[in-house]
Design a protein around this ligand. Structure first.
Ligand SMILES: NC(=O)c1ccc[n+]([C@@H]2O[C@H](COP(=O)([O-])OP(=O)(O)OC[C@H]3O[C@@H](n4cnc5c(N)ncnc54)[C@H](O)[C@@H]3O)[C@@H](O)[C@H]2O)c1
Length: 449
């Protein structure tokens, strides 16, 4: 059998199956902090709402994702999993899912561009009924196939698609009854597809649930981004000047944690409302041009391109450190830096030095999301809610796909609130309920002073 044929038939591609025991122990540890997903998993085991469905997921392969994959499998789904970022895979977790659950996993930490897309190809070849994305790479590829834009596919995917008949290509796309999307950047891409009228199936924007972005993006990214930076550098945060680009959900969370650790936080924004909020939250708001010479550490969390450009890097202090925690590695102009600077030279794991003029700049994790590259991503307790949303969204797709338009939808508000209620219950937090008089008052317009 040729190498390509062997790959095409493989049911997994992981680093080392012998890491499975370590992955199992760490996944069980995360599971302790995921009580909402546990309850869903127990119900899925009884009710099997995903029975007979093939599900392809392109997510960060972490301990929390392992618990989601197990819950989806308990619900009856045949799950294939590939990485949504070349640096975010935890190889022991990938081994655990393959060895102990028979889940098809295609992910190796540090995989090169071609392998990353070979793994996306393997997930596409699962011929899913439901896809689950973190950044829309799977759905993006499916749409390039649907629109016959094969030149826009990465070579490993394109070569495989070219071997398929027109009917097989069509079936890959029409076979998908619906999809779910985890992150802000993916939702932006999908809404752009819907606006252009090219979206081929309904998508549930998990990121738009309150129990997702209010907590995962803010508290999860806030804590884990700081964690990633500290693990990569061991720098002292107290007394340093940290420039936070973007004051959205992730930026707010990171700015809050950086300030808590003693940093002087400076914010850059392009949205007047967010900038005003940052200013009133007590941060100094300036342009990136003004921030460049004063920052010790720069962190981008915008989901946008070219946020830190060469002109900014030229103006930075000797020793400045630059990191990204936005979804794609597009926020720092590393290509531009490579053209004008010497380097990169590896200084320590996840730290690369560039020499520009007489100064040294340090880039963390190749500009990829630092919380997943150098740390373990979000804590399990916050992913509990994000992945409760994912599991319920998959069930919702199965039950409602026929009724849903080819658009980007939110999970129903009552499911979102139910997740919050279960989380509070698991935390042992009780809240008040409306009295009949309060309920009446809130629904009336004729009661004044
Ligand atoms: N690291 C992680 O684990 C993680 C977790 C969740 C989301 N994300 C990603 O982080 C990014 C931000 O997500 P979010 O939920 O905070 O989005 P958001 O839309 O709430 O915030 C983004 C902010 O960036 C600002 N912005 C855009 N361009 C800018 C520029 N050139 N300079 C300064 N500010 C700019 C926007 O005005 C906005 O306020 C996305 O790519 C998202 O997918 C990462």
């Amino acid at each position: 059998m040729s190498d390509t044929a062997t790959k095409a038939k493989a049911t997994n591609d992981i680093k080392d199956i012998r890491l499975a025991d370590e992955g199992r122990r760490r996944t069980e540890w995360a599971e302790r902090s995921m009580p909402v997903l546990r309850q869903i998993c127990e119900r899925f085991t009884r009710e099997r709402p995903l029975a007979g469905k093939r599900l392809a997921a392109c997510l960060h392969v972490t301990t929390e994702t392992a618990n989601l994959a197990v819950a989806l499998q308990a619900g009856g789904a045949d799950v294939a999993l590939c990485a949504s970022n070349p640096l975010s895979t935890q190889d022991d977790v990938a081994a655990h899912l393959v060895k102990d659950h028979g889940i098809k996993v295609f992910a190796i930490k540090g995989e090169d561009h071609a392998t990353y897309y070979e793994h996306i190809r393997a997930a596409l070849a699962h011929r899913a009924d439901i896809t689950m994305d973190d950044g829309a790479d799977l759905v993006g590829a499916l749409h390039m196939i649907a629109l016959n834009r094969l030149d826009d596919l990465a070579p490993p995917v394109r070569k495989w698609v070219e071997t398929l008949s027109a009917a097989e290509r069509k079936a890959l796309v029409t076979g998908v009854i619906g999809s779910t999307e985890e992150t802000t950047t993916g939702v932006i891409r999908l809404k752009a597809m819907a606006k252009d009228g090219v979206l081929q199936f309904p998508v549930i924007a998990v990121n738009d649930s309150q129990t997702k972005h209010l907590f995962d993006n803010r508290y999860g990214t806030g804590q884990s981004t700081l964690d990633g930076i500290i693990r990569a550098t061991n720098l002292l945060i107290a007394g340093s000047t940290i420039v936070v680009a973007g004051y959205g959900w992730c930026g707010r969370g990171f700015a809050m944690r950086a300030r808590g650790a003693g940093a002087n936080v400076v914010v850059t924004e392009i949205d007047p409302m967010k900038a005003l909020e940052a200013q009133m939250d007590g941060y100094r708001v300036v342009t990136m041009e003004a921030a460049a010479p004063i920052g010790d550490l720069f962190v981008t969390l915008t989901g946008n391109v070219e946020v830190i450009r060469v002109e900014h890097m030229r103006a930075m202090k000797d020793g400045a450190v630059i990191a990204n925690s936005g979804h794609f590695n597009v926020e720092i102009d590393l290509e531009g830096l490579k053209k004008v600077a010497q380097g990169p030279v590896a200084v320590r794991e996840f730290v690369e030095q560039f020499q520009i003029g007489g100064k040294k700049l340090f880039v963390l994790g190749e500009g990829r999301l630092i919380n997943l590259a150098a740390a373990e991503g979000h804590p399990a307790s916050v992913m509990d809610m994000s992945f409760a949303n994912q599991a319920l969204a998959a069930e919702y797709v199965v039950n409602n796909a026929r009724k849903l338009s080819k658009d980007v939808h939110r999970i129903p508000v009552d499911l979102d609130e139910e997740i919050a209620r279960l989380k509070l219950q698991a935390m042992g937090v009780a809240i008040d309920t409306l009295t009949p008089a309060q309920r009446k008052y809130l629904a009336s317009w004729d009661m004044g002073t």
